[in-house]
Design a protein around this ligand. Structure first.
Ligand code: PAF
Length: 285
């Protein structure tokens, strides 16, 4: 695995791979890697792909400074994990490479999206602007044919798909396929997250009630699902939202809704903010 931090070094490696007829597959991360990230790599680790992973803790997407400062970092271990997994290039850009001058900020409104107003958008003002800005910039640098994002960040995945569609339609970007990776969970169902490393073993037990609560929504009416899920969540969890939404629009479903939904959770265990979601069937009351 090659490790590069400069845009021109990256460009050369990409040109070489393309000249060999390979497709560029990209897995952007903020490091502190776990099996969820590695499963994203596995999805594109094929003969015909040249796999580039990036690690960049993007200051623009943290609305909470202490979350940014405490974001876990483990570069040495991460590099070994990626190399063992068969990644071709680890891109470790410096902030100046990602944001050369004043960054050209991309907000949800700029791409015609209303996802910036709800759920993560509502609770983390500026977060999606930071995500869209960095992802677009990384796409410009890496010029991928395929990019992979995890379903745990369901709203992020949706808004990135919207941005790519918007940029393709306006001729701003070459065709790019976005692939979704399944959420990886521990043996008790807790969704893997880099932030889990900041939880004590007691807090891990508390956090495990999140998946139990979301999964409990299956087959119930909207009202029953929401009430019972709240009861299952450990009382020490500070909930930002627990919502049943349409998987496309991320708008809450009506009380008499029947069909597929996403059950979404965000909240705090201690001072660590966690999110999770489950695809759920709801039965109208
Ligand atoms: O999901 C993440 O780790 C980040 O939001 C991403 C997509 C790497 C952008 O910084």
């Amino acid at each position: 695995m090659k490790q590069v931090s400069q845009a021109d070094q990256l460009k050369q490696l990409i040109a070489q791979a393309r000249s060999e007829g390979l497709r560029i597959a990209f897995v952007p991360t903020m490091g502190a890697l776990h099996s969820g990230h590695l499963s994203l790599i596995d999805q594109v680790r094929t003969e015909e792909n040249f796999v580039i992973a990036s690690i960049f803790v993007n200051p623009l997407q943290f609305n909470d400074q202490s979350d940014y400062e405490n974001y876990p970092q483990s570069l040495g271990v991460d590099a070994r994990l990626l190399s063992d997994r068969g990644v071709d290039v680890l891109f470790l850009p410096e902030p100046e490479t990602v944001y050369p001058e004043t960054p050209n900020l991309i907000s949800p409104e700029d791409i015609g999206s209303n996802l910036g107003e709800t759920l993560e958008g509502e609770f983390r003002p500026g977060h999606f602007q930071g995500v869209l800005t960095v992802v677009s910039r990384l796409f410009d640098l890496v010029t991928p044919d395929i990019a992979v994002f995890g379903k745990k960040d369901a709203q992020q995945l949706a808004i990135i798909r919207q941005m790519v569609a918007h940029q393709l339609a306006s001729g701003r970007r070459m065709p790019l396929k976005i692939i979704a990776g399944e959420t990886v969970r521990d043996e008790d169902g807790l969704a893997l997250s880099s932030r889990n490393s900041r939880l004590s073993s007691e807090q891990i037990e508390i956090a495990r009630t999140i998946n139990v609560a979301l999964s409990s929504c299956q087959g119930k009416s909207v009202a029953a699902a929401k009430t019972e899920a709240r009861e299952i969540l450990h009382p020490e969890i500070r909930v930002d939202y627990l919502e049943l939404v349409d998987p496309e629009s991320f708008q809450p479903v009506d009380d008499d809704y029947t069909g597929s939904t996403l059950a979404l959770f965000a909240g705090y265990v201690g001072d660590v903010r966690l999110i999770d979601n489950r695809e759920i069937s709801i039965k109208g009351s």
